[in-house]
Ligand binder design. Structure first.
Ligand code: UT7
Length: 330
């Protein structure tokens, strides 16, 4: 039966390092508060006018090289982001132009921290159906140009980093393939993590009053998000394993979305999963939303933490609310 495998991956983060101590120049915060509550020590932020598709291009070129392919071999580009270069058109169109492959299909995925898993599942479905052979999936974000650097925004601003990760999926009939996906969303909680403006539901979309109260910056009810995350992630992890007749003992590596080290530690404790088999890189990059899983997965692969044939479980949770899991035989 036709399926898809990850033929190559890439990731890219900007050079500029912003430490927790650097944050103190803008807001009332401390390394101790940030590290204790989130595990974050530093993050990467772009300098100047750099959009998500530019970071995505670096990651995509690396993924294509690792896969031994050229951009012209692609049938479809999927771009998962909550920080698109423009309101429209989508960053997938801009990335396609950057890669110099006019004509091929593109699609933006707007599912925040779960975006990369929604992207993998969409790519996998196109490939399984026989409609596409090679699909590029990118998660890319530039948060830094949209954050409130004042003390008002400190609960959110210290969390987010810029970066991109990419995977090239290709058709296979072999054993090493994506096994399954489980995807969820609950739009009743849309407003516990959102950017309110500019938006089509406001007329005009952006006013001075909105800017004055910071409606163009992300707002989060952190405790609420935390509570949902530690419930939904173990649930979806157990569910995807059970429906594939697998157990946690079969999983060689768990790659969770990097939102907060404390969330991931709590999830791992609840699951009773060995902590040494979990990937953490939030200390270096903060939360890069749609880019976090591909960056973490690619780093783990580069460090030799996954052997061919082993099972990798990815889990994500984020704004929407959205959450999900993907199982891969590497
Ligand atoms: O991928 C997107 C999904 N997002 C997440 O998964 C985030 C989930 N939530 C969290 O990770 C946590 O809720 C946070 C780390 C964001 C916040 O931790 P918390 O323990 O929920 O803190 P809090 O928001 O309740 O704030 C506690 C205190 C407040 O002060 P008072 O009211 O107790 O005086 C905040 O004003 O900490 C203060 N505070 C800060 N202090 C120093 C908030 N942000 C900061 C900061 N530095 N950056």
């Amino acid at each position: 039966m036709l399926g898809s495998r990850i033929a190559g991956m890439g990731h890219f983060v900007p050079e500029r390092v912003v430490t927790n101590d650097d944050m103190k120049q803008w807001m009332d915060t401390s390394d101790e508060w940030i590290h204790q509550r989130t595990g974050i020590r530093e993050r990467r932020w772009v300098e100047g006018d750099v959009g998500a598709s530019e970071l995505g291009e670096h990651a995509a070129r690396q993924a294509l090289a690792e896969a031994g392919m050229e951009a012209k071999d692609l049938d479809l580009i999927l771009f998962a982001t909550l920080s698109p270069d423009l309101n429209f058109p989508g960053s997938s169109c801009l990335l396609q132009a950057r890669l110099g492959v006019p004509g091929i299909a593109t699609l933006d995925i707007r599912n925040q921290c779960t975006g990369f898993l929604y992207g993998l599942s969409t790519a996998d479905a196109f490939i399984r159906s026989g409609m596409m052979k090679n699909v590029l999936v990118v998660g890319g974000e530039v948060h830094s140009s949209g954050l409130d650097l004042s003390t008002r925004g400190r609960d959110v601003t210290v969390l987010f980093g810029d970066g991109a990760g990419a995977a090239v999926l290709t058709a296979t009939d072999g054993e090493r393939r994506i096994i399954d996906h489980e995807l969820h969303a609950d739009g009743r909680y849309a407003e516990i993590l959102m950017v309110e403006a500019p938006a089509s539901r406001s007329n005009p979309r952006l006013t001075q009053e909105m800017i004055d109260r910071g409606a163009h910056f992300p707002k989060m009810d952190g405790k609420h998000v935390f509570k949902h995350a530690v419930e939904r992630i173990p649930e979806v992890a157990r569910s995807i394993l059970a429906r594939n007749n697998l157990t946690l003992d079969d999983v060689a590596l768990l790659v969770p979305h990097q939102a907060n080290m404390r969330i991931n530690e709590m999830v791992v404790r609840q699951l009773g999963f060995p902590p040494e088999k979990v990937v953490h890189n939030i200390q270096k990059y903060g939360n890069t939303t749609a880019a976090s899983i591909p960056i973490a997965l690619h780093e783990a692969a580069q460090e030799g933490r996954i052997k061919p044939g082993e099972i990798v479980l990815m889990v994500a949770f984020g704004a929407g609310l959205t959450w999900g899991a993907t199982l891969v035989r590497w």
